[in-house]
Ligand binder design. Structure first.
Ligand SMILES: Cc1ncc(COP(=O)(O)O)c(C=O)c1O
Length: 399
């Protein structure tokens, strides 16, 4: 007699993401550690310049995170209570939290569930006399359709701020995200390049840039390197407005420089792995994949997101992910819709049902392991584990 069927498990846990840190990354950090200057300094300046050159931006300001960048940019726009900012609820909550923290009201438009992004046409319908800004989110390595957003912003005198946390190296119509306009990138460890934690505001607005530089460091006219280094001014600096302590360190900037030099290679490897997933999922009808956008672009495959057909399978997404974990496969959820989080539900502004496509996706999506050092065998094992969970569930349902 046959015993219960054992789940097909990998020997070792495969995390959904892992940073690619190599000898040059480590040596760079060690060099900074032994240099005598570890906080904001010459490495930060070099990284800001290198990143600005890479994306084609006129100005780049590094900060502790993309969240910090969003905070400074939104404050610098002078948002007031009662103002409205149009964005997507399919994002990491920090986009929405930073709008809320300024006192303005996040106004959500529904996504296209195939790309997980919002369109300018839908944003146009949400504009009111109180609308001050548009924040579309470049998603999972793909760009939003920017031209219609640019036209909409110009037509209604709105600020267009791009959440580019997922978009280092992404291109829209042959141009890298980051220029023109204002974009905010993230270098969190799961991102395509990392500085442990970190973010970058790129902008062609010189006044906005100066304001963000001040806001990120106490509201001082100059940062620590300008004050304490030999060439710095001797006189104490003036606080010109109250600001934060969001400054980036030379340790992080060193990682930024070595990682940036490898970003295109990392992205190319991600694209190969994603193609492999695409091919293998042709045979799994219970799983569907996101679609690349219809406009010309270069996708950097920050995340490989799939949807589980929960009605057909008879498991919730979270039950499915628990079963994958039993099989040593790590996953992520990008994202639970921001408006469904407890705080936003308690505001009473965004009842369930108000964003049907975002909620549909939020209940079904998950991100599979995808990072440059993964092998083709890893990809095969992820898909085999998914098939094994589906087969086990089918056996349960028919028992
Ligand atoms: C779409 C989006 N926006 C903003 C952020 C915030 O980035 P950070 O973690 O650098 O603050 C993230 C982080 O994952 C994100 O995914």
């Amino acid at each position: 007699m046959r015993g219960p069927v054992q789940p097909l498990a990998r020997k070792e846990f495969l995390p959904f993401s892992r940073p690619t840190l190599e000898v040059d990354d480590i040596q760079g950090v060690v060099d900074v550690l032994t240099s005598g200057w570890i906080t904001t300094g010459p490495k930060c300046q070099a990284f800001e310049k290198a990143f600005a050159d890479y994306v084609g931006a006129s100005h780049a300001c590094a900060l502790t995170s993309a969240t910090a960048g969003l905070h400074c940019v939104l404050l610098a726009l002078g948002l007031q209570p009662g103002d409205e900012v149009i964005t997507s609820s399919m994002t990491w909550v920090s986009t929405v939290n930073m709008i809320e923290i300024t006192g303005a009201k996040p106004v959500f438009v529904d996504i296209d569930p195939r790309t997980l992004m919002i369109s300018a046409a839908d944003a146009a319908r949400a504009i009111t006399p109180r609308t001050k800004a548009l924040i579309p989110i470049h998603f999972a390595g793909a760009p939003v359709d920017l031209d219609p957003f640019r036209e909409l912003a110009a037509q209604h005198h709105l600020r267009l701020i791009e959440d580019a946390a997922h978009a280092a190296g992404t291109e829209y119509k042959g141009q890298r995200i980051g220029s023109p306009g204002t974009s905010i990138f993230s270098f969190h460890p799961i991102k395509n390049m990392t500085t442990a934690e970190g973010g970058m505001v790129c902008t062609d607005d010189a006044a906005l840039f100066e304001r963000i530089k001040r806001l990120k460091f106490h509201g001082l006219a100059k940062d620590a390197w300008d004050r304490y280094a030999k060439q710095g001014a001797a006189a104490p600096m003036e606080v010109v407005e109250p600001g934060f302590k969001y400054n980036f360190t030379d340790l992080q900037a060193s990682l930024g420089l070595t990682q940036l030099a490898k970003l295109d290679a990392f992205n190319a490897r991600r694209a190969e792995l994603a193609q492999r997933y695409d091919a293998l999922f042709q045979e799994v009808p219970e799983i569907s994949t996101t679609r690349p956008p219809a406009w010309p672009h270069k996708h950097t495959r920050h995340l490989y997101i799939v949807f589980l057909d929960i009605d057909r399978v008879g498991l919730t997404r979270d039950e499915f992910l628990a079963a994958l974990k039993e099989r040593n496969i790590g996953t992520g959820v990008h994202f639970k819709a921001a408006h469904l989080h407890d705080y936003y539900q308690r505001t009473g502004r965004y009842p369930r049902g108000s964003l049907p496509q975002t909620e549909w996706a939020s209940d079904r999506l998950f991100s599979l392991p995808l990072f440059p050092r993964m092998t083709e065998d890893d990809v095969r094992e992820v898909v085999a584990a998914i098939k094994d969970v589906l087969a086990a569930q089918a056996r349960r349902s028919s028992a």
